[in-house]
Design a protein around this ligand. Sequence first.
Ligand code: PHE
Length: 347
Amino acid sequence: MTDQPEEANGADAHAVSVAALDEVAAATETASLDAIRARYLGRGDGLLTVFRKRIGTIADPEARRAMGQMVNALVERVTDAIEERRATLSATADGDGAADAIDLTWPPPPLRRGHLHPVSRVFRDVRRIFAQLGYMAVSGPEVEYDRYNFTLVNMPPGHPSRDTQDTFFVDNDRVLRTHTSPVQVRSMIIRGAPQRVIVPGKAYRRDYDATHFPMFFQVEGMCIDSGIALSDLKGTLEFFARSVFGVDRAIRLRPHHFEFTEPSIELDVSCAVCGGEGCKLCKGSGWLEILGGGMIHPNVLRNGNVDPTRFSGFAFGMGVERIAMLAYGIEDGRLLYDNDVRFVRQR
Ligand code: PHE
């Protein structure tokens, strides 16, 4: 072997170093780097080290020196590559890569807990408040017969008040209910008198702006018994408004008109955004209408098979979004349904 041409020796050394560099690049842990170093650079018989021993056997001093420089350069390159790779691997294990590495001894990060949507919270509060007064929550269909949505609540076919409802029609007989009031009659038919119910549910109207949504939530309330008077409605609504908004919020009752109640009222609460000064939400009035109500019209009682000479009752209907806006000071109600997490995550 000693008389092999020098070029062949040099080419072999180069090929061995290339194999070593490939292995270094493929190494995924520092232990394999140690093994590579031993195999190629080991003192006695490392695959690259052995070329050093051959240097002395080269007769020509020029060729000997050239071969020596080349082998030293290859050894240096492999050594550097091993150290570089070692540095990269340990940085990934405990440096930048800390997010990937799981240290089971650390306390867990705080969990991001979800919470109820403002509309759901108001819904829950309204149910709780009326449950305290003995009201049972009931429901009715959202695709409702025209007859229940309008006729039976004293808005017969052709009645001009139907125009004010911005109705979505399903077919000749049915609509998406424009309010939860049809459930008044349904509940009377099912439960008779006396009864106290609330109807939390969806209603639909062709309307969309800062305070109106094509689909919205209402809670209808209805109390029927002997001797029920307007003062009972007033006391009930006062209790409700104080429970939701607190005693520092002002309340007022205004006379109003609904086809299905007589007399009718509207309940206003002082504006949560401006505190009564006047702003965009309250359209400058300082007051926000939160619900309508009144004494159930005798025609409606009759339509529910309740005898108006023996029983009387009050009913009211409120917009849940409106109450959420008031309770949380939300100026544009569309925020409730945009599902922008920056809004929804607020508590
Ligand atoms: N149904 C009415 C509305 O949607 C509210 C209402 C309910 C008024 C019950 C009086 C009695 O505006």
